[in-house]
Each structure stands twice: as C-alpha cells, then as structure tokens.
Write a protein that binds this ligand. Structure first.
Ligand SMILES: Nc1ncnc2c1ncn2[C@@H]1O[C@H](COP(=O)(O)O)[C@@H](OP(=O)(O)O)[C@H]1O
Ligand SMILES: [Mg+2]
Length: 250
C-alpha cells in the first residue's frame, strides 16, 4: 500500500475502517456503548494504517488528541472515523460514514467518504458524475437533530422541501447522488465533519463554501468550522445570500 497514490489510499483506509464498524455493529452492543465502541475501533484502524503507510504525515482526528505541530506540517490527514455516530447506533439506518481527507500545502487534495451500510464509497480516486436533476421542488438536506435555525424560513422562501438525515458526509453525498440539491448547515461542526465530503463533492463538480458563500479553510489551529454549504452551482447564490441576510438566526 505504500506505493499507492493518496486517492486510492483514502478509499482503502475508509473501507478498512468501514468493515471494522460493520463488525462492531454486529456485536450486540446498544446505545452509548455501541457509539463508543464504533468511534474507538474505527479510530484504531485508521491510526494504525496511517502510521504504517504514511508515517511522515500529520493527522487531525475527531477521536485523537490534537497535536498543534500539524499546523506547520505540509501534509495532514483530516479524518472522522465515524460521522453520524447517532445513526450508527440505530440499526438498520445507513446514514453514517467514515471520512478520510488529505490536506496538502493549503488545501484539500484527496479524500473518501465510505457509507459502509450502503456498501458505497465516494472518492476523489473515481470522481462521481452528478446525475441530471430530478424534477420537482428544491430539496435541502439538513441535520436530523441540529438543523440550522434559519432553515424553515429558507425552505419557505425558496419553495424547498427539507430532507433530514444523519452524518455530514451522507448529506453531502446525497447532493452528489441527486437525492438532494443543497446541504446547508450552521451552528456547529468541525473540520473533520466536512473535509472529506467537501473534497469528494468538489471532484464531482459541486459548489462548496461556508454557509455564507465565503471560502472553506482547513488545517487551522482551531478546527471549529461551524457552517457549510454544498450544492449544485445554480443554487449557491440564492442560499448563500439568504444565509448572509439571516446570519443572526443560525
Ligand atoms: N451544532 C453542532 N455542534 C457540533 N457538532 C455538530 C453540530 N451539528 C452537527 N455536528 C456534527 O456534525 C456531524 C453531522 O451531524 P448531523 O448528523 O446532525 O448532521 C456530527 O458528527 P459526529 O457524528 O462525527 O459527531 C455532529 O456531531
Ligand atoms: Mg462527524
């Protein structure tokens, strides 16, 4: 695997962790015990394989202590071993994911989002082509548990329907798959929640930004990156302008 390119490595890592998560989910645990076991098992797989195959690279993970030296590193893997932890603990839901992204010299350059319960991995190794849009009203993917405060007003204004689901990665992939047109989030998130989904969405030709349309910046000292917009290009201006006008309500 050492000679594998970064795109292929991201896929392999996400799928190895995903296989581990499927096993953990069969183990008879429930609730918080299942969530914790999933987080820890996936983190262990990713940390071990990254140390083995990319020993010189830094890592920023939801499930590991942050080493501030990564801010000065040239290459940083930004990983979320289990995104949508809540949905992972509610079998047979399939809206949870493994995120593996690579940041290099200022921007995201490779990544994979595995949806193990769906048997699918979306990646920069084989960029997806977004299907033609399904006819009908705009569909906005939102968090099941923490949707942005402004989202009902946004849906009313643009005549959209809301599609609640778990996991930032799954919501971004829902835009890639034409199950939604827009994913907008505000109020809280970290770099690992969006890094891999964003680089995969970019490779599929989608629009990505902060919720107000400003650029996403990764590998900052503080990984808090609380809002996100991923959508088909034709919706970007309408949604970002609405967010700018309603910034105090997120
Ligand atoms: N207000 C908030 N503050 C912090 N993290 C948030 C958040 N809203 C969503 N997230 C994180 O974003 C990811 C997707 O959330 P959601 O499924 O609600 O859309 C989840 O990651 P994890 O499952 O890795 O913790 C969740 O913790
Ligand atoms: Mg997450």
């Amino acid at each position: 695997m050492t000679s594998t390119n970064d795109h292929e490595l991201a896929v392999w890592l996400a799928e190895q962790a995903g296989a581990e998560l499927l096993e953990v989910r069969q183990g008879g645990l429930e609730g918080k015990e299942l969530k914790d076991a999933g987080d820890q098992a996936s983190q262990a797989v990713l940390a071990r394989l990254l140390a083995e195959h990319r020993p010189d690279d830094a890592v920023l993970s939801e499930e590991a202590a942050d080493d501030s030296a990564r801010v000065d590193a040239g290459r940083v893997w930004i990983i979320d071993p289990l995104d949508g932890t809540r949905e992972f603990s509610e079998p047979p839901r399939d809206d949870w994911a493994v995120h593996v992204a690579l940041w290099e010299d200022g921007d995201l350059v490779a990544g994979a989002v595995a949806q193990p319960a769906l048997g699918e991995t979306f990646s920069t190794a084989a960029p997806a082509s977004v299907p033609p849009r399904t006819d009908g009203p705009m569909r906005i993917a939102v968090s099941r548990s923490r949707p942005p405060a402004f989202v009902n007003a946004l849906a009313d204004q643009v005549g959209a329907e809301l599609v609640p689901m778990g996991s930032a990665g799954v919501k971004v992939m829902s835009v890639v798959r034409d199950l939604a047109d827009v994913y907008v989030h505000a109020g809280g998130q970290y770099e690992w929640d969006s890094a891999a989904p964003v680089v995969v969405a970019r490779s599929a030709g989608l629009f990505t930004s902060r919720a107000d349309g400003s650029p996403l910046v990764y590998n900052r000292t503080n990984p808090w990156l609380p809002d996100l917009l991923v959508c088909r290009h034709e919706y970007a201006d309408e949604v970002a302008s609405f967010v700018r006008e309603h910034a105090d309500e997120s």
